[in-house]
Design a protein. Structure first.
Length: 267
């Protein structure tokens, strides 16, 4: 995605880059001043991200972010690194009735989008994947602690593990990039200190699994975040693609689910 035409203008954010949201950390070091703002428009949502639509009968809440002089180019590059040109377009718009700012408006905003319950303001903390989704994973795990030979407990843990990874992949997309390379986004989690610290607290022993197609080996190691995230992701792939479940899968899924749920909740 290209930079806005005039990078000296402030940035009005109503979504992922608001203070307290997942992407503010990307521009925080370049931010000199923040103030509340309102802009004419209405919010819709597509795939969990907000889209601003231009209209003149209501206003959307957000923040005006002013960047340090000389750092505007760096700040806007950080923004376009995550945003997708297929989803957003830059426009200059009036905020608080007097201030011209760069704003990301939705592209093809009516295609596949839905209305927000609170159409004036978006908050990623209310995302059901990060609340109801994790609660459901926890419930299924608690109810299926022992293997039974009709495989139902195993299947339920596989479902829960797949749901957990849906939550993680959603988080990685919102935090790192809205593009399609899921594996690359997931691997960035391993670079975060909070992930490595939580990994050390929750993983007690090394384990290994093998890929179902090429039999590559994947090892979980509390001291190696990159290997560990690849291990957890391979367990997910095995759960989704394995043709016939085997008894030992239960212990692998259960251990991975217990650890990764706690790690991700903290992370």
């Amino acid at each position: 995605m290209k930079l806005p035409r005039n990078i000296e203008l402030p940035f009005f954010t109503y979504g992922l880059f608001k203070p307290g949201q997942l992407c503010f950390f990307r521009i925080k070091e370049f931010t000199e001043e923040i103030s509340k703002g309102r802009i004419f428009g209405v919010l819709k949502e597509r795939d969990g991200i907000p889209l601003l639509i231009q209209q003149n009968y209501s206003k959307v809440k957000g923040f005006l972010i002013y960047f340090y002089s000389g750092k505007e180019d760096d700040a806007y590059k950080r923004i376009v690194e995550i945003e997708s040109g297929e989803v957003y377009r830059w426009e200059e718009a009036i905020v608080n009735e007097t201030i011209t700012a760069n704003v990301l408006f939705g592209k093809r905003e009516l295609r596949g989008s839905s209305d927000l319950e609170h159409f004036e303001e978006w908050d990623g903390k209310t995302d059901p994947y990060f609340r109801d989704g994790l609660e459901e994973v926890k419930r299924i795990l608690e109810e299926n602690q022992n293997f039974n030979f009709d495989y139902k407990a195993l299947f339920r843990l596989q479902m829960a593990y797949t749901l957990l990874w849906s939550c993680i992949e959603r988080y990685a997309s919102l935090r790192y990039h809205l593009g399609k390379n899921v594996t690359k986004k997931v691997q960035q989690i391993a670079k975060e200190k909070s992930f490595s610290d939580s990994l050390k607290r929750n993983v007690k022993h090394k384990r290994q699994v093998f890929g179902t197609t090429d039999l590559s080996k994947y090892v979980i190691d509390a001291n190696d975040p990159v290997k560990s995230i690849n291990y957890y992701y391979q367990v997910r792939s095995n759960a989704v693609h394995r043709g016939k479940a085997v008894t030992r899968d239960f212990d692998t899924i259960k251990s991975s689910l217990e650890e990764l749920l706690e790690i991700f909740k903290i992370y």
